[in-house]
Design a protein around this ligand. Structure first.
Ligand code: GDD
Length: 440
C-alpha cells in the first residue's frame, strides 16, 4: 500500500530556507560503544580531535542558508549543554538547539514529535543526519540533486560489498534518473549493494504528511512486532497500553522510506567518498583515520607538522606533551594533557585525555582511555582490518574478537606487558600478557 503524498509546488531554489536535524539517540543506545560510552555519550566521543557530532555540524555549516540545527535525542538536557555552547561560538551563523524526546521515539518519531520546532521559520527542506556515521557528508551535492529533480526526498547512498549490504538499508535505483525504485531496511536476502548512509534531505511539505500517513496506518493495524534495528527499540513500547505513546514510535527506515519510493520524487545521491558507521568502540579508530585523512587533504592547520617522527596525518592537542624521539602516525590522535614518553611508537590509534605512555611503549590499532597509564616497553595492539571492511571484529583461533584493543578509563598496563586484541573495562590493572579477551 502506498502513502498519499500531496502534490508539491516547485521548491524555492538555492536561497530557500533550510534546516538540519542530527539524530543523536540516547543512553540506551550506543551499547556496542562500551566501554567508552560508559564514561561519555557516543556523539561526544572525540575522533580526529573533535566530538563525532562536531563533524556533522561542520558539514552542515558548509551549506548556504542553514538557519538552525536541531539535535534530537533522549539524553538528559545537560549532556550537550557545553558542546552546544562551544559549537555556537564556532558556528555563530547557526542556531543550535537540543530537543529531548521523553523516550526513544525512533528515527521518525522524534522528527514528528518536534515538527513545530522544525517547521518554525518555515524551512522548505531539512537535512537529517544519523550522528553515528563518519562521512564526508556531501550535503551540497544532495541539495543540487534535490533542486535539479524538484525532489521530495534525497538519500545519500554508497556501495558496499555484497556480504555487508544486508546490515544496512538497501536501495534499488534507476541508474540513469537516480530515482529510488525500491527501499528495504536490512533485507534478509541480497537486493542491492547500494546502501543507505543515514543522511537525507526532505521537503518539509512532503515528509510530515508521509509520517502522518504512516501513523494512520499504524493505528489501523497496531500490533506490530519489534523492528530489526541494530540495537532494537524495546518491543515493550508496543505493548504499552497508552495508544499515543505506541503510535509515536516510528522508524524512518521501515515506516516511511519504502513508501516514499512509490512517490516517484525520491532520489539517491551516491557518494564515492569515504563512509563508515561508528557503532562499536573499535570503529572509532577507522573513523579517526578517515577524518584525519580528510583534514590532511583539505590542508587543515590543526594537524601536527610532518617530520622524521611524525608520519601524517597526526593530531596532537596543544596541551599534550610528546617527546621528540617518539614516533607517531599515521592516523593518530593525542588528547589533551596526554604525556608521550621517549622512544614511544604510536600508529592508527586514539590516545585520550590525561593518558601517560611511558618510554619505549608501542601502541598500534588501539584506543587508550582517559587517565590510563601504559608502562615502559609495554605493547598495546590490535590487528588491522581491510580499509573497506565494515566490521571491526576478526576471527582468531576460531573465535570472534575485536580487531581494535580498547582500554577503558583509568586502566594501567605494567612495564613490558603485552595486551593484544582485548577490550579492557575501566579501572583494570594489567600485570601480565593478555590476548583475545574481554577483561572485566
Ligand atoms: N533521537 C533519536 N531517537 N535518535 C535515534 C533513535 C531514537 O529513538 N533511534 C536511533 N536513533 C539515532 C541513532 O543514534 C543513530 O544516529 C541513528 O538514529 C540510526 O540508528 P539505528 O536505529 O541504530 O539504525 P542503524 O544504525 O542500525 O541503521 C540506520 O543507519 C544505517 C547507516 O548507518 C538505518 O538508517 C540504515 O538503513 C542505514 O544503512
Amino acid at each position: 500500500m502506498s502513502l498519499q503524498i500531496p502534490h508539491r509546488e516547485k521548491a524555492g531554489g538555492r536561497g530557500a530556507a533550510t534546516k538540519a536535524v542530527i539524530l543523536v539517540g540516547g543512553p540506551s543506545r550506543g551499547t556496542r560503544f562500551r566501554p567508552l560510552s560508559l564514561d561519555l555519550p557516543k556523539p561526544l566521543f572525540e575522533v580526529a580531535g573533535h566530538p563525532i557530532v562536531w563533524h556533522c555540524l561542520t558539514a552542515i555549516a558548509k551549506v548556504p542558508h542553514i538557519q538552525e540545527v536541531c539535535m534530537i535525542g533522549y539524553y538528559d538536557e545537560s549532556v550537550f549543554r557545553d558542546f552546544i555552547k562551544d559549537a555556537s561560538k564556532e558556528f555563530p551563523q547557526i542556531k543550535i538547539v537540543y530537543l529531548r524526546e521523553y523516550q526513544a521515539l525512533g528515527t521518525a518519531g522524534g522528527l514528528y514529535h518536534f515538527r513545530d520546532a522544525i517547521l518554525k521559520g518555515k524551512p522548505e527542506r531539512f537535512f537529517v543526519l544519523n550522528a553515528d556515521v563518519c562521512c564526508s557528508f556531501p550535503l551540497n551535492d544532495m541539495l543540487k540533486l534535490f533542486e535539479d529533480k524538484d525532489a521530495e526526498a534525497v538519500i545519500l547512498g554508497t556501495r558496499v560489498s555484497e556480504d555487508a549490504a544486508s546490515n544496512f538499508g538497501c536501495i534499488v535505483s534507476d541508474n540513469h534518473t537516480r530515482r529510488v525504485l525500491h527501499y528495504v531496511e536490512k533485507p534478509e536476502s541480497h537486493i542491492s549493494n547500494l546502501i543507505n548512509c543515514g543522511v537525507y534531505l526532505f521537503a518539509t511539505e512532503c515528509i510530515f504528511p508521509s509520517i502522518r500517513s504512516a501513523i494512520k496506518k499504524r493505528t489501523e493495524r497496531p500490533r506490530l512486532v519489534s523492528y530489526p534495528s541494530s540495537e532494537n527499540l524495546e518491543s515493550s513500547f508496543f505493548q504499552d497500553d497508552d495508544e499515543e505513546t505506541k503510535n509515536e514510535v516510528l522508524r524512518l527506515e521501515q515506516d516511511i522510506l519504502s513508501d516514499l519510493a512509490d512517490s516517484k520524487q525520491f532520489f539517491v545521491h551516491e557518494t564515492k567518498d569515504f563512509w563508515r558507521q561508528i557503532k562499536t568502540a573499535g570503529s572509532a579508530v577507522p573513523a579517526n583515520a578517515l577524518y584525519l585523512q580528510k583534514a590532511l587533504q583539505t590542508g587543515s592547520k590543526e594537524l601536527a607538522k610532518p617530520s622524521a617522527n611524525i608520519l601524517q596525518p597526526v593530531f596532537i592537542h596543544p596541551t599534550a606533551t610528546v617527546d621528540p624521539t617518539a614516533k607517531l602516525g599515521p592516523n593518530v590522535s593525542i588528547g589533551p594533557r596526554a604525556h608521550i614518553g621517549a622512544g614511544v611508537r604510536i600508529k592508527e590509534s586514539i590516545v585520550l585525555e590525561d593518558v601517560e605512555i611511558k618510554h619505549d611503549a608501542c601502541i598500534l590499532y588501539s584506543i587508550i582511555g582517559w587517565n590510563s597509564r601504559v608502562g615502559a616497553w609495554a605493547r598495546v595492539e590490535g590487528t588491522p582490518t581491510p580499509v573497506n571492511s565494515h566490521t571491526t571484529s576478526i576471527i582468531k583461533n576460531g573465535v570472534k574478537v575485536q580487531s581494535i584493543t580498547i582500554l577503558g578509563k583509568e586502566c594501567g598496563v605494567g612495564d613490558e606487558v603485552r595486551v593484544q586484541n582485548c577490550i579492557c573495562l575501566p579501572f583494570k590493572e594489567l600485570k601480565r600478557d593478555v590476548s583475545n579477551e574481554v577483561i572485566m
